[in-house]
Ligand binder design. Structure first.
Ligand code: RIB
Ligand code: CA
Length: 346
């Protein structure tokens, strides 16, 4: 099977970790680099989470790079309330067995693109800070990538960080605006085949992890476990026998509790794993093409992603916006890949 080279830019957090597990468990993917972006937690914690997850997965040959400490134009905001004090809920990862690269995340983007010209698939599941810095470093970066998939924004849909803004964009709106403006222009404004695929909350909130689905994952890994329930004591630790399932369950429990406290039920939206699956197979999702941009100066609306579906702005489309997904098909694929991968770690 041909393995697709993937560069993952993550702000590891709970669902970013699930996305990395999906990529590591996918026989058709070769993760050629990981950029650690400040977002859910500060950049050094993201680095530790990425290195610890790779150690847990007995994977030490994927270079992990450290990104900028803050967004392009504002101080960093983090989300420990959502992802836990260290970004992975109640989970504890093993110590790193590898070190960070000597070069930063923006340089890592450019190195990976030059090593896999025309073949590299870019995946961004955090703020676009380091992608924007990479595009400044190498203006031809867009033309070196085969595909770019971004989890971010909310299109004709409410935000999760402000009434109108989604977290990844809200943390660094300037980087999102810069990437959306520059990426398509690098290809030539009338070249729609290379537009980035943008998966916003309007799509990713249809992918709802539940304790029952998580139990299916444990079973697929051949791992004994105890199905989770909202009636469990908060902070109860996983009894899973498999080390990766145990970490994912302890991470997800914090995420379930957060969503429950938000009034959304004892569930969790799997934003980033969906983006990882789409990076490998864009046909999992249907799209609508539009011109998008990010509000930067609105008192109430800063960080809002705006889609011009009807051409009011007179600008060429610059994005394929995810509009439909079969969530059951996604979970079947997630379980079919992550479960057996976890079993190899027993
Ligand atoms: O809004 C959801 C996104 O913000 C996800 O990528 C999650 O990990 C957080 O980074
Ligand atoms: Ca993320």
């Amino acid at each position: 099977m041909t393995r697709l080279p993937v560069f993952a830019d993550v702000d590891t957090g709970v669902d970013d970790a699930m996305a990395l597990a999906y990529l590591l468990g996918s026989a058709d993917a070769q993760v050629v680099g990981i950029a650690s972006t400040a977002g859910n937690v500060p950049v050094d914690q993201v680095c530790a989470n990425n290195l610890g997850l790779l150690a847990l997965c007995n994977t030490s040959d994927i270079p992990v790079s450290r990104g900028a400490e803050r967004p392009l134009a504002t101080p960093l905001r983090t989300a420990e309330d959502t992802h836990g004090p260290e970004g992975l809920g109640y989970a504890r990862l093993p110590d790193a067995t590898a070190s960070l690269t000597q070069y930063d995340a923006a340089t890592a983007w450019v190195r990976a693109a030059r090593e896999h010209p025309g073949e590299l698939i870019g995946l961004v599941t955090g703020p676009m800070t380091n992608l924007a810095l990479a595009m400044r470093l190498e203006p031809s970066l867009p033309r070196l990538l085969r595909r770019l998939v971004i989890m971010g924004g909310a299109f004709d849909y409410r935000g999760n960080t402000t009434p109108v803004a989604e977290w990844n964009i809200s943390v660094d709106p300037e980087s999102g605006s810069e990437v959306f403006a520059v990426w398509s222009a690098a290809w030539g404004l009338d070249e729609p085949t290379h537009l980035p695929m943008i998966l916003g909350l309007n799509l990713t909130e249809r992918v709802v992890m539940t304790p029952a689905i998580l139990s299916r994952l444990a079973a697929s890994a051949g791992s004994a476990t105890t199905p989770m329930s909202v009636l469990d004591d908060r902070g109860s630790r996983s009894a899973a026998s498999n080390p990766l399932i145990r970490v994912l369950e302890d991470a997800m429990r914090f995420y379930f509790e957060f969503h429950f406290d938000q009034g959304e039920g004892y569930v969790a939206h799997l934003h980033d794993p969906l983006a990882a699956a789409v990076a490998l197979d864009p046909e999992l999702v249907r799209y609508r093409q539009a011109t998008i941009d990010v509000e930067l100066t609105g008192t109430l609306t800063r960080g809002m992603t705006v889609a011009d579906w009807r051409g009011h702005w007179g600008r060429y489309p610059n994005a394929h916006i995810g509009s439909e997904v079969d969530a059951d098909a996604f979970f079947d694929r997630f379980i079919a890949r992550v479960g057996p991968f976890a079993a190899t770690l027993d």
